[in-house]
Write a protein that binds this ligand. Structure first.
Ligand SMILES: *Cc1c(COP(=O)(O)O)cnc(C)c1O
Length: 403
């Protein structure tokens, strides 16, 4: 009989299971720093690398292994290595293969701490970094006419949700001799499969949808056996960006409900976005799977879910400066007027969240730099949670009346 091809939701429940002699139904949590050797000889053989057993939880831990196996199965990747946070995943995914003199090409729209890592550390270590406008085919062609070691992108981007052309960028990256690494946080493992689109590796902040209930930090790097069990594993084991077994357990259980949560949140996001886009207090909005999105055709090809985020640009009155204080006051009235959306900077949570990028995630950029990526005081990022969609609609409608 052929091995059945199971869907990600099924794999999320039936992979990474290693029952102990107690035959527990829910996966055990191994809160342990280390492991006992059966004998001095066994310890010697383990240190010599002649036998593969758990030795120390900075290297490997059964609960962490279970999480890695399950996420790799869902993603369709050969290997997964978990890390302490999404940022340590980004750092290790790149830092473990880049060295002095190497060239990194990245799309400009980057998560704040990723950009800080590049400018404060990677540049200091002699890594040459070139930034391109991720939406410009010409800029990609020019940048990747020159050899590079790694290409790094996020898609959809934060907060404007640009959808980058992953197959196109992958083929240019490969002809430049580079590997393509995609930060897939916004799309989630259920909504987009970068490896199938030509990318070589994927990184996640598991803090977002994979936990999805705002409890723990975590990250993951997925790709080939050669890459993940080569430089990635070696770097995490030695520099210590290891995930705690407790966090890995929470994330392991989070994966079991990822499908139902993200599908429900994405359905509400699409529903609310379709309604908000015609609301008189909304000037424009971005949601990847709405035909009004500038990259709609591409989004339909690349994404099976549009994600849980809706980025709105409020209409605050004719002639009002969108980058000024009056616009900010109107946006704050909207955010403070919402009772079911908490002001926070997390995303993908079961509870709905509102974020004001200009004064939080993107406050380090100048007004001009923000305008160049379409972020104004009127821009609000909404992360749609699991609340009843009609309750959310009423809440949004009321808060919009205060704009
Ligand atoms: C949150 C986030 C990160 C960083 O993850 P942490 O778990 O907070 O370290 C990286 N990339 C994107 C796109 C994110 O949203």
């Amino acid at each position: 009989m052929d091995t059945p091809i199971l869907s990600p939701e099924t794999l999320a429940l039936h992979t990474g299971i290693h029952r102990s002699e107690a035959n527990e139904m829910s996966e055990g949590m191994y809160l342990t720093q280390g492991y006992a050797y059966e004998s001095a000889e066994q310890a010697r053989d383990a240190f010599a690398g002649d036998i593969d057993i758990y030795m120390y939880s900075r290297y490997a831990n059964p609960t962490v292994t279970a999480f890695e196996e399950r996420l790799a199965a869902i993603e369709g990747a050969e290997r997964c290595f978990a890390t302490s946070t999404g940022m340590s995943a980004v750092f290790v995914a790149l830092g473990s293969i880049l060295g002095s003199g190497d060239r990194l090409v990245a799309a400009k729209a980057l998560f704040g701490s990723t950009l800080q890592t590049f400018t404060n550390f990677f540049e200091k270590w002699g890594i040459q970094i070139d930034y391109v406008d991720g939406n410009s085919a010409e800029e990609w062609e020019t940048a990747l006419a020159t050899p590079a070691k790694v290409v790094f992108i996020e898609s959809p981007t934060n907060p404007m949700q640009d959808v980058l052309d992953i197959p196109f960028i992958a083929s240019l990256a490969h002809s430049a001799g580079a590997m393509l690494i995609v930060d897939n946080v916004f799309a989630t493992p259920l909504g987009q499969k970068p490896l199938e689109l030509g990318a070589d590796a994927v990184v996640y902040s598991a803090t977002k949808h994979i936990d999805g209930q705002g409890r723990v930090l975590g990250g993951a790097i997925l790709g080939t056996d050669e890459y993940v069990y080569g430089p990635v594993r070696q770097m995490v084991r030695n520099m210590g960006a290891t995930i705690s077994p407790f966090n890995a357990w929470v994330l392991l259980k989070g994966l079991e409900t990822l499908g139902v949560r993200v599908r429900a949140q994405a359905a509400s996001a699409l529903d609310l976005a379709s309604w908000l886009e015609h609301h008189p207090k909304i000037d424009s909005l971005r949601y990847p799977l709405l035909p009004s999105h500038p990259h709609y055709e591409r989004a339909v090809k690349q994404m099976t879910l549009g994600g849980t985020l809706v980025t709105v640009d409020l209409f605050v009155g004719e002639g009002v400066d969108r980058a000024g204080a009056e616009a900010q006051a109107a946006a704050f009235r909207f955010m403070n007027g919402l009772s079911l959306f908490t002001v926070s900077n997390n995303l993908g949570d079961a509870k709905s969240i509102s974020t004001h990028p200009a004064t939080s995630t993107h406050n380090k950029l100048s007004v001009e730099e923000r305008a160049a990526v379409d972020i104004y005081e009127t821009t609000v990022r909404l992360s749609i949670g699991l609340e009843n969609v009609e309750d959310l609609r009423r809440d949004l409608d009321h808060a919009l009346s205060l704009v």
